[in-house]
Each structure stands twice: as structure tokens, then as C-alpha cells.
Design a protein around this ligand. Structure first.
Ligand code: FAD
Length: 409
């Protein structure tokens, strides 16, 4: 088998490369190789509407099956790429096939981190990364019989899962190793707000705790903390991040660090091999030129567009403002920019109203916003971050002044 473009990973980024190539009138052959047996689907609903059983799987597919057929995108699903031969321009699958490529796009995302502790792989301990993990029926069945569910990890996925399970009437205990939730991605104000929300809804939150072991013989029965306390659990959901799925590229000699390193055109150090999305470490203009790996649909899609355009000869460096969202209870969080490294956080509005924003500054410049039930701030915040607005805390805190007005001051 030989294709002009081979895309490894049938997720957000991989699908978008194929979509954009055809939009750009690329006439060569395209194949997508995917480890999962599903056609590309949206991942965010796995901890939101799909997990809650509110959306059918068909409704979270990125495109219907006929779309791929009509555009002659060959789907090679249920196959894992295990090796890349950059000299021969081929990849090998776990089923022993060798597939040749003109250009290779690596869009494999990451595998969920597992708890590296005794019992971490017991039945009843699971991540939320794939449709199979979050399968509404299986999860419903497991959680219906579960008396108490422990969620390990107070990042977005853990918090979203806790909210869904809590809404379904389950008793949920959430464990976070740091002394606040969302410590990696948001400022303290936002962390404290979400902690209060979860507690008010009845989630039992333990901060600054270390999980030592998962207890149980044939199935999980509890979670043991480092202080010896055992929290009973019939189901444990683990959301502690991902490990970029780049082993075959490392073995092939690609320059890898935290993920596979790419340049501004999303090219790896291997000839004719691109990488995008969760697995790609890149220099980001909105991180002040730092090398980062972003785990967001925005990043996967925008990098996919850079690659597809590059392949058709319309090269332009990646420059897109990062954005993200999270739904918990009736709260819609929208984030613009990257707050990492901020030296000041300004509260805009009153968290008690459940509609407010946090504006992050670095050296007087607005670098990011977290907007809770505040879509206007978010929309205008994207403009403000893109423009690198410099504004005083009093101006930013004044909710009577729309953010975009500060641009013209
Ligand atoms: P993925 O979409 O993960 O796709 C990678 C695919 O490659 C997978 O199907 C994987 O099985 C496959 N693969 C891996 N290795 C191989 C191999 N060797 N051979 C073949 N196939 C392989 N982002 C947001 O912006 N907003 C949200 O609200 C949000 N919520 C999320 C909720 C959950 C539960 C999860 C898991 C993620 C969420 N994200 C969210 C993150 C977002 O889904 C990812 O950033 C995005 O999916 C990244 O796209 P990708 O193409 O890099 O990887």
C-alpha cells in the first residue's frame, strides 16, 4: 500500500488534515491509520455530554462515514503504527502491514497516564480518553451499581467527570495531589471558585493528598492515601494527564522532548514527517516563544490546517491564539491565551454571581483570560490577547467597560 499522504491518528488533528487537504483541492491519495476502530469523533464530549448519556455516538462523529468515502479518504482503522522507516518512507502496523508515504503526518495524541502504584490496573480503575473508556452504557452500568466513585486528578477532565457523576446522583470523592484544583492551567481565583462549586454540589474534595495504592482483589474496593486512610470506592476514574504517543518516532530518530519537536510549519526533524496536536512540542507565540505542548481541539485543528496548506505549497507558520473550554454543572468556562507565567491576576466581576472573568497579565500585558459564564469577555478577550493589550488592573476590573474599548484607549 502506498499513499501520497499518510496520517497516523484518526482523532481531531488527523481528521482535520484530511478535511483541509481536500478543501485545498489536493488530489493525491490520502490514508488515515487509526488505532481505535471508530471513525474520527470529538473527544471533549467524552467527559461531558457523551459521558452523561445526553448525546448519541453518531452525534459526536466529526464527519459522517459518507464524507470520507466521497472525498476518497482511505480509513485504515483498528491498526496501530508501531514503526516508521524514514529512509524508506514507510510505516509498519501492529498487524504486520507496511504502508508507504510521500508525506507522513503524525497526529497520535497521547495515552492516559496510569497510576504507577499497586492496584493501579485493577478492574474498575479507568481513564477517560477514548469512546470505549467513556462508553455511556458501560459507564452507566458500572456507576449505577457503584456506591461511591473516586476521581483521581483535579484537572479539567477529572472535574468534568465529577460534575457529570454528581449530577447523576452518585457520591463522588475527588482527590488532587496539589493544594488546589486546576493548578497546572489556571490561577488561584479560578481554582477556589471551582472547588467551592464542587463542594456546594456535594462532591467531597481532598486537596494535597497522595494516592499510595488501589485496594481490591479482583476489582477495586478502595483507594489508600499516603496517610493510611482508605476511601471506599466501587469505581475509580483517573484523569492525571497523558503521555505523548511518539515512541515509533523516537525509535526512528526524531528529535523528541516532551512530545515530538516540530518547527513553525509543524515539520519534525525527519524528512517529510509532520506532527500536530497533543503530541507536538512547538514554539508558541502566545507562550512568549516557549516550547509547549497544547492539549486542545483548537491547537490540533489549527496545526492540521498549517500542515495541509504546507503540503499543497501554501506554507505559513503556525500562529493561532490558544483557546479552550470546559463545561461543569451550568458553568461554561472559556479560556483565551495561555496564563502560564502570569505575574498578576485581575478579577473582573464577582464570582458569587457565577459570571466573571480572571484576566492574567505578565509585565503589564494581558496574556490570557478565564471567563466563566462570560462569553462577551471571552470574545473580546481573544482580541485583547491577540493585540497584546497593556492595561491597568483598575481598567480591567471595571465590568462597565467592555474589554474591546480598552483597545482604543
Ligand atoms: P486525538 O484526538 O487524541 O487523536 C489521536 C488518535 O491517534 C487517537 O484516536 C489514538 O488512538 C490514535 N493513535 C495513537 N497512537 C497511534 C498509533 N501508533 N497508530 C495509530 N493510531 C494511533 N480540548 C478542548 O479544547 N476542550 C475541551 O473541552 C476538551 N475536553 C476534553 C475531554 C476529554 C475527556 C479528553 C480526553 C480531551 C479533551 N480535550 C479538550 C482535549 C482534546 O480532545 C485534544 O486536545 C484533541 O483531541 C487532540 O487531538 P489530536 O489529534 O492531537 O489527538
Amino acid at each position: 500500500m502506498q499513499f501520497d499522504v499518510v496520517i497516523v491518528g484518526a482523532g481531531h488533528g488527523g481528521a482535520q488534515v484530511a478535511v483541509m487537504l481536500r478543501t485545498q483541492k489536493f488530489e493525491g491519495s490520502i490514508a488515515i491509520i487509526g488505532e481505535e476502530s471508530e471513525l474520527p469523533y470529538e473527544r471533549p464530549p467524552l467527559s461531558k455530554e457523551y459521558f452523561a448519556g445526553e448525546k448519541e455516538f453518531e452525534r459526536i462523529q466529526l464527519r459522517p462515514a459518507r464524507y470520507w468515502d466521497e472525498r476518497e479518504v482511505t480509513m485504515l482503522l483498528g491498526k496501530r503504527v508501531v514503526a516508521v522507516d524514514p529512509a524508506a518512507h514507510t510505516v509498519a502496523t501492529d498487524g504486520g502491514e507496511t504502508i508507504g508515504y510521500g508525506k507522513l503526518v503524525w497526529a497520535t495524541g497521547g495515552h492516559p497516564r496510569v497510576l504507577p502504584i499497586p492496584g493501579g490496573d485493577l478492574p474498575g480503575v479507568q481513564g477517560v480518553r477514548t469512546r470505549a473508556d467513556a462508553d455511556a452504557d458501560a459507564m452507566k452500568a458500572a456507576s449505577e451499581t457503584a456506591g461511591q466513585i473516586v476521581v483521581v486528578g483535579g484537572g479539567y477532565i477529572g472535574l468534568e467527570a465529577a460534575a457529570v457523576l454528581n449530577k447523576a446522583g452518585k457520591k463522588v470523592v475527588l482527590l488532587e495531589a496539589q493544594n488546589r484544583v486546576l493548578a497546572r492551567v489556571a490561577g488561584e481565583e479560578l481554582s477556589r471558585f471551582y472547588e467551592k462549586e464542587h463542594r456546594d454540589h456535594g462532591v467531597e474534595l481532598h486537596l494535597g493528598v497522595c494516592v499510595d495504592a488501589i485496594e481490591g482483589d479482583t476489582r477495586v474496593t478502595g483507594v489508600r492515601l499516603s496517610d493510611g486512610e482508605v476511601i471506599p470506592a466501587d469505581l475509580v476514574i483517573v484523569g492525571i494527564g497523558i503521555i505523548p504517543a511518539v515512541a515509533p518516532l523516537i525509535a526512528a530518530g526524531a528529535d523528541c522532548a516532551n512530545g515530538v519537536r516540530v518547527d513553525r510549519l509543524c515539520k519534525t526533524s525527519l524528512p517529510d514527517v509532520y506532527a500536530i496536536g497533543d503530541c507536538a512540542a512547538h514554539v508558541n507565540d502566545f507562550a512568549e516563544g516557549a516550547e509547549v505542548r497544547l492539549e486542545s481541539v483548537q491547537n490540533a485543528n489549527d496545526q492540521a490546517n498549517v500542515v495541509a496548506k504546507g503540503i499543497v505549497g501554501d506554507e505559513a507558520p503556525y500562529h493561532a491564539i490558544p483557546w479552550f473550554w470546559s463545561n461543569q454543572y451550568d458553568l461554561k468556562l472559556q479560556t483565551a491565551g495561555l496564563s502560564t507565567g502570569h505575574d498578576q491576576a485581575v478579577l473582573r466581576g464577582d464570582p458569587a454571581t457565577r459570571s466573571f472573568s480572571v484576566v492574567y497579565l505578565k509585565a503589564g500585558k494581558v496574556i490570557a483570560l478565564d471567563c466563566v459564564n462570560a462569553t462577551r469577555d471571552y470574545v473580546q478577550g481573544r482580541m485583547v490577547v491577540s493585540a497584546g493589550l497593556e492595561a491597568g488592573p483598575e481598567q480591567l476590573a471595571d465590568i462597565e467597560t467592555p474589554l474591546k474599548e480598552l483597545l482604543s484607549v
